[in-house]
Design a protein around this ligand. Structure first.
Ligand SMILES: NC(=O)c1ccc[n+]([C@@H]2O[C@H](COP(=O)([O-])OP(=O)(O)OC[C@H]3O[C@@H](n4cnc5c(N)ncnc54)[C@H](OP(=O)(O)O)[C@@H]3O)[C@@H](O)[C@H]2O)c1
Length: 286
């Protein structure tokens, strides 16, 4: 039976992944900062911002999946030192412990490692972030790669997902409710996204965890669409007229990447995971 430790087990990705791995029969542990959750034997209290936190309290599972992080661009800008400690320092410390013990480390990075201004990036494209959040992901990826080479054992996987959507996401619940009641909604028409569903992400992470391949993998939607086009797709899936969706201009245009899509050449070739179709995404969100 295989075992996994999920760092950040109460977050969106971590909690869904822990549930899926347990259902599949993996012995699953997770870290959390919630005292209530930590009453369970399989949940370990671990604060990534605490420099004195002892990695040796973590169970040495076959795989550790680093899903914790300060996960919004704004939160990183608001507290850069804390964001560095949590998004870079702590993953390095945990990965070091797992590499030393010859284990597999999976790090959840982000499409924000790319500038998104020229071409669609694949797994081998030059990284060039635009935001502090993206820079921290780059710094973590590079440090983990160096550390892995230094130790010469264990394995490292870096996964870069695009934006993750889920059915209960506030914005989607509001839009669905308005549209089925034939009310108008408005959505940005210049901001591009290439969303994936949490189910697609979790199923892909399971495939990655089971495989013997290491290196960088991308997880992306097949389409690049504006929020406006996405909302029109949603309306159509709900069987209501797209004329209920209005376009909205975003006033500040700083840091809006021109591309949100990631190419998945290596991921498709080695793992057989293809970009999520818009049809499958809509099915998961309606
Ligand atoms: N969601 C997306 O669209 C997306 C896309 C690409 C990449 N990612 C990356 O994937 C990872 C997980 O994202 P997510 O959406 O699951 O984020 P999330 O829902 O915000 O969860 C973040 C997790 O990190 C934990 N955390 C934050 N600060 C911590 C600290 N000081 N000590 C211990 N744990 C701490 C949180 O614990 P608490 O619950 O205790 O706060 C939570 O479990 C992040 O690195 C994010 O950058 C996310």
């Amino acid at each position: 039976m295989r075992s996994a430790l999920i760092i950040g087990g109460s977050g969106l990705i971590g909690s869904n992944l822990a549930k899926k791995l347990s259902e599949l029969g993996w012995v699953t542990y997770k870290t959390s900062r919630s005292q209530e959750e930590c009453n369970l034997e399989s949940v370990i209290y671990y604060d990534l911002s605490d420099p004195l936190a002892d990695v040796e309290i973590l169970p040495l599972t076959d795989i550790v999946i680093l899903c914790a992080g300060i996960s919004t661009k704004q939160a990183c800008e608001d507290a850069p030192s804390l964001a560095y400690a949590v998004n870079v320092g702590a993953p390095i410390k945990i990965a070091q412990y797992f590499f030393q013990n010859n284990r597999k480390v999976i790090f959840i990075s982000s499409s924000a490692v790319f500038h998104g201004s020229k071409t669609v990036a694949n797994e081998l494209s030059k990284i060039c972030p635009q935001t502090l959040y993206g820079w921290l992901k780059v710094e973590a990826e590079r440090s983990l790669q160096k550390l892995h080479i230094l130790h010469g054992q264990g394995s490292l996987v870096v996964v870069r997902p695009t934006k993750v959507f889920w059915k209960e996401l506030d914005l989607l619940s509001k839009w669905r409710c308005a549209l089925i009641n034939h009310q108008h909604i408005s959505a940005f028409n210049q901001v591009l996204i290439s969303p994936i569903s949490i189910e697609y992400l979790v199923n892909s992470l399971v495939r990655i965890a089971q495989s013997h391949y290491s290196g960088v993998f991308h997880l992306s939607g097949e389409l690049e669409l504006s929020f406006y086009n996405f909302a029109c797709s949603l309306a159509s899936k709900l069987g209501v007229t797209e004329s209920l969706v209005g376009g909205e201009e975003r006033l500040e245009e700083i840091n809006i990447p021109k591309h949100a899509l990631l190419a998945m050449d290596r991921t498709s070739k080695l793992l057989g995971i293809t970009p999520q179709s818009n049809e499958e995404l809509m099915r998961a969100l309606v």
